[in-house]
Design a protein around this ligand. Structure first.
Ligand SMILES: Cc1cc2nc3c(=O)[nH]c(=O)nc-3n(C[C@H](O)[C@H](O)[C@H](O)COP(=O)(O)OP(=O)(O)OC[C@H]3O[C@@H](n4cnc5c(N)ncnc54)[C@H](O)[C@@H]3O)c2cc1C
Length: 430
């Protein structure tokens, strides 16, 4: 479905595939035994992340206009999917920098963008601090406050739980800048911990987790932390709008984690069907096994079609992305969660035992995947968002897109996507 479009000899999807296969050999940074040991010890998969840094993945976090290789969302989705198919913890840990940077690219201001691009290209991870202990999905309840201090700002409060909060020096933070809050009461800041006074920004302890156990899920506490004026991203008071538009892109990227988990599960299932013999014949000869396997594969195709369409929609119809991204995030992770249940059911004991050679990975990936439906706007948050705009979506309300705007046109394999233009994103589809 995806063509590799990199015209030069730089990193490509096919190149990453080959590298991952090499790294998965015994002793390599993606050796399943090493990744399982990290999971067991709840330690960060540093070797795998270092290999991805050296390969050049950080270049795909930075838009081409700021010196990176990020040009096509479908290419980025494909890259993260390949990594997730090997190990979801690594994909969540490394891929977070895409989410951390997106507000800065979407704000489209040269100063902060050049600054961040330099750091990301040098391999610095970037965290995204939206959630607070008392807030969860309700961003308007955010209590972390930024108040003006001379030409700069002072931040007090907590962001928790946040992926890479402790590992990274950089975090994009949504802070309340109007005491009364409200739609125009929040602002995004790009925090560089190295530029703050000692003791004013403290990491919160790593949280033990059910899945992605090696990831750095922690947080930051701000105690009158001073930030310079140039830490502001986008307009003062425009933070909520910027975050909601950025989420339209990150929700599409997040489903690559589900696609990768589905690929991994189907790989295990294929192997099992090929080698398991029961009643003197192959398991695949059992009608029930064929039925379940067929349904698992169908779910994967459907998930892939939705994700691919959404990634291209970001280029061709960004004005519609509030709806497209919500459909994608509400639908794909749930679809794949169901696929994992089907595969786990068919694997039987091997889906449950964690130390059977070759199959131990299933229990881990099923645990790891459970986080995908709940972060970056849970399935229910996205469904609720869609329910609110249903009257606008009723058939016949607007003419079906024709010509170059028609999905039938831009989904063709030979169609080159328009460059991603975040200025065309809308809070609500027109
Ligand atoms: C491993 C992990 C990593 C994370 N990483 C980050 C990160 O890097 N940055 C960050 O900012 N946050 C991060 N989070 C936080 C994550 O995004 C939150 O889980 C999320 O904000 C929702 O908060 P909550 O889970 O406390 O649920 P709540 O918001 O308290 O919701 C409770 C329940 O109500 C449902 N619900 C909420 N709103 C609605 C609605 N409108 N309609 C219907 N149902 C609704 C939810 O689906 C949920 O089931 C992370 C969380 C985890 C577990």
């Amino acid at each position: 479905m995806l063509r590799d479009t990199a015209a030069d000899a730089g990193p490509t999807v096919a190149g990453l595939d080959a590298a991952l296969a090499e790294w998965a050999r015994p002793g390599g940074p993606f050796d399943p035994a090493l990744l399982a040991a990290h999971e067991e010890r709840e330690s960060f998969p540093a070797e795998a992340c270092a290999a991805l840094d050296a390969w050049g993945l950080p270049e795909f976090y930075v838009p081409a206009r700021h010196g990176g290789r990020q040009e096509r969302l479908d290419v980025f989705v494909a890259l993260l999917r390949r990594i997730a198919a090997r190990d979801l913890t690594v994909a969540v840990a490394h891929g977070k920098t895409f989410l951390g940077g997106v507000c800065v690219w979407a704000a489209d201001e040269d100063g902060p963008a050049h600054l961040l691009a330099r750091q990301v290209l040098a391999g610095e991870p970037v965290a995204w601090g939206l959630t607070e202990p008392g807030g969860g999905s309700d961003l308007l309840a955010g209590a972390l406050t930024a108040t003006r201090h001379g030409s700069g700002w002072r931040l007090s409060g907590r962001k928790w739980p946040v992926n890479n909060a402790t590992r990274g020096n950089l975090m994009c933070v949504l802070a309340r800048t109007e005491p009364g809050g409200g739609a125009r009461g929040f602002t995004v800041f790009l925090l560089d911990r190295r530029a703050t006074l000692a003791g004013t920004v403290r990491p919160l302890p790593k949280m033990p987790t059910h899945g992605i156990r090696g990831a750095d899920i922690s947080g930051l506490e701000f105690d009158d932390a001073r930030l310079p004026a140039h830490a502001v991203v986008g307009p003062v008071g425009g933070g909520l709008e910027l975050v909601l538009k950025s989420l339209q892109l990150t929700r599409i990227v997040c489903v690559s984690l589900s696609l990768g988990a589905g690929d991994h599960a189907l790989g295990l299932l294929r192997r099992f069907l090929g080698e398991r013999r029961l009643y003197g014949r192959g398991l695949a000869d059992l009608p029930h096994a064929r039925d379940v396997a067929g349904r698992a594969v169908a779910r994967q195709f459907l998930a892939e079609s939705v994700a691919h369409t959404a990634a291209l929609a970001a280029h061709h119809v960004p004005e519609q992305l509030s709806v497209v991204s919500a459909v994608t995030k509400a639908f794909v992770p749930s679809l794949i969660a169901g696929q994992l249940r089907l595969v786990g059911d068919l694997l039987g004991a091997r889906g449950f035992l964690t130390d059977v050679e070759g199959y131990g990975g299933f229990a881990k990936l099923e645990r790891d995947h459970q986080v995908v439906p709940l972060f970056d706007g849970s399935t229910w948050v996205n469904r609720a968002g869609l329910a609110a705009v249903l009257p606008l979506l009723r058939p016949g309300r607007r003419p079906a897109p024709a010509g170059a705007d028609s999905p039938a046109r831009w989904l063709r394999e030979d169609s080159e996507p328009d460059p991603l233009d975040t200025r065309r994103l809308r809070l609500m589809a027109p």
